[in-house]
Design a protein around this ligand. Structure first.
Ligand code: ATP
Ligand code: MG
Length: 575
């Protein structure tokens, strides 16, 4: 895991080392302070030497200031380097997610990806900060304070021999029990995020169905679950602190007793006893720090695993073996294609599809909901890869093209489409960043969007809200079609893209497309037969298979499904 994450420390390694070095300085100064104290008592007070006491006192103050400054410096270096590291890591994750295929995103779910990019990275960031400070400070402090204590009185230091192992065992047991609980808590956190995300993206639907209270309840439930798991996990940890305090006091009592005896016998000076007690505090607080460090490690191990999972996920669709070839025409061939979303060939969503489409042809696809119309066309721009068989565009397997080349030539208007915040023009330029204003307007005319855009006061510079909230459903569809047309593709696929426009506009779009895109292969998925009637050929999909292919006239003659749909829709029109 560390190996995957290490590269992201780039640019901040030097600062991290500075943070560690300054913290070591701080520890060295801190452990010398009780030593000074011993001198004041042993020499200054014993000899009633005021000048010596003042001199040592001033030195102690200076050392305290030095320790404080070093500590502050280290904190600064640590926070700068950990924030930088987190920035790198987030950037890396985001870049990785961008390379994901639809199948990869299905695998993680959007909510989980969001948690990983936010909460998990925060946890790792905190751990990193601890790593360059506490991870160095605690063991160093432990060793330095123990050495000092042994130097004062090896006999008293025997107390540590008992106290440290006991504390270590207790902490070890606590930790081994905490880890699974934290892991469970993070899983609940995912569930809560999923609920928030789903709810917020669909807030309009929630309101329309007055499901607010229900959603509230659902959220409260998962928020409560997170709380319960968090409490359960931290319940064990709260025991650790008092336990350590308890050990400190027991040690102090033991040392006071043993030390007192030694002082009476004249084997120990009282100043040494005072500084020894300070060292007990330092040693045991170092052990506590180690314990806290473990907690952080435990928590971050789960987060780290979740982050490396994303970083290690291979995009299921890549073009590593692609050749540098261009898409020369718009012909498409499905060569015995089967496909399954979960990769299981026994449970296919598409079965043995054989279909040849000539360049420039207009193909209509109709079929019941869930008959795999969208699934079929998504294979053409390689949004998913076939499970078996091959999809060819212009005579080459789609896997032979660079993804960018392929998707530039195969424009698809997705069934569930979105616009982004920004102006209309900015959104349209997604299709082709270099498009001129004339080209943009041309595409909009073909999509019958030109008219309503010009009616907006700001025209093409109208700001769209997030997801395109301030345009109507039909306007949004037309903008999406225009966006797809701007790259002048060889193949254009409209997946139910005119479902929200009235029949007259639908007809106008088809007419314009026909005129503007005479050489372009056009695939139109539609619910209305009227939308596909004029197509060169119509494909009827049924439960993942092609039921029939033919012209409107042919299908009217031989396909019962087609006739049925046609007459039911005709009846609707007549009534
Ligand atoms: N991302 C996905 N993961 C798993 N299964 C999916 C996914 N998308 C669709 N399916 C399944 O594949 C089948 C075909 O779905 P598809 O979306 O292709 O139907 P469709 O013909 O486009 O329907 P509609 O007319 O409603 O758009 C359905 O049974 C659906 O449950
Ligand atoms: Mg569909």
């Amino acid at each position: 895991m560390i190996k995957t994450i290490w590269p992201y420390t780039k640019g901040y390694r030097f600062k991290s080392i500075l943070a560690a070095l300054t913290i070591i300085g701080e520890v060295l100064v801190e452990v010398s302070i009780p030593y000074m104290m011993a001198d004041i008592v042993n020499i200054g007070i014993e000899n009633k030497d005021t000048a010596f006491i003042i001199q040592r006192g001033i030195m102690m103050i200076l050392m305290a200031i030095a320790s404080l400054s070093l500590g502050a410096l280290s904190a600064r270096f640590a926070s700068v380097s950990s924030a930088g590291f987190a920035k790198n890591l987030r950037g890396g994750l985001f870049e990785r997610v961008q390379s994901f295929s639809f199948a990869n995103v299905d695998h993680f779910s959007t909510a989980s990806l969001i948690t990983r990019l936010t909460t998990d990275v925060n946890t790792i960031q905190n751990t990193y900060m601890m790593a360059v400070r506490t991870f160095i400070r605690a063991p160093f402090m432990l060793i330095a304070a123990t050495v000092m204590a042994v130097r004062i009185s090896p006999e008293l230091a025997v107390v540590f021999l008992f106290a440290l192992p006991i504390l270590a065992i207790i902490i070890g047991i606590l930790m081994s029990k905490t880890f699974p609980r934290f892991k469970a808590m993070l899983a609940k956190f995912d569930a809560m995020n999923a609920s928030v995300q789903e709810n917020l993206t669909a807030i309009r639907v929630v309101k329309a169905f007055v499901r607010g209270d229900y959603e509230d309840e659902r959220f409260t439930f998962s928020a409560n679950e997170v709380k319960d798991y968090q409490v359960k996990a931290e319940k064990l940890l709260v025991v650790a602190m008092p336990m350590a305090q308890y050990m400190v006091y027991i040690c102090m009592i033991a040392v006071c007793y043993l030390g007192g005896v030694q002082i009476v016998e004249g084997r120990l000076q009282s100043g040494d006893l005072i500084s020894f007690i300070s060292y007990i505090g330092q040693v045991l607080s170092a052990v506590m720090m180690v314990a806290m460090m473990m907690v952080m490690l435990v928590m971050s191990r789960a987060s780290m695993a979740r982050i490396t999972e994303v970083l290690a996920e291979r995009p299921s669709i890549n073009d590593d073996d692609a050749k540098d070839i261009a898409v020369t025409d718009g012909s498409i061939e499905f060569d015995d294609v089967s496909f399954s979303y979960n990769g299981n060939p026994d449970n296919p969503n598409l079965e043995h599809i054989k279909l040849k489409i000539a360049s420039g042809e207009t193909i209509g696809i109709i079929g019941g909901t869930g008959s795999a119309k969208s699934t079929l066309v998504q294979l053409i721009p390689r949004l998913y890869d076939v499970t078996s068989g091959a999809v060819r565009v212009a005579g080459h397997n789609v896997k032979e093209y660079k993804i960018q080349t392929l998707r530039h030539s195969v424009s698809m208007v997705l069934q569930k489409n979105v616009l982004f915040s920004g102006t209309i023009k900015e959104n349209l330029k997604w299709g082709n960043a270099d498009a001129t204003d004339a080209e943009i307007e041309e595409a909009c005319r073909a999509a019958a969007a030109d008219g309503f855009i010009k009616n907006f006061p700001d025209g093409y510079d109208t700001e769209l809200g997030q997801g395109g909230v301030n345009v109507s459903g039909g306007q949004k569809q037309r903008l999406c079609i225009a966006r797809a047309l701007i790259s002048k593709p060889k193949i254009i696929i409209l997946d139910d893209s005119t479902s929200a426009v009235d029949t007259a506009t639908d007809a106008a779009i088809r007419k314009a497309l026909n005129e503007e895109l005479s050489g372009t292969t056009t695939i139109i998925i539609a619910q209305r037969i009227a939308s596909v009637m004029d197509a060169d050929r119509i494909v009827i999909m049924n439960e993942g298979k092609i039921d029939d292919v033919g012209t409107h006239a042919e299908l009217m003659q031989r396909s019962e499904i087609y006739r049925e749909v046609y007459y039911s829709q005709q009846k609707g029109v007549e009534e």
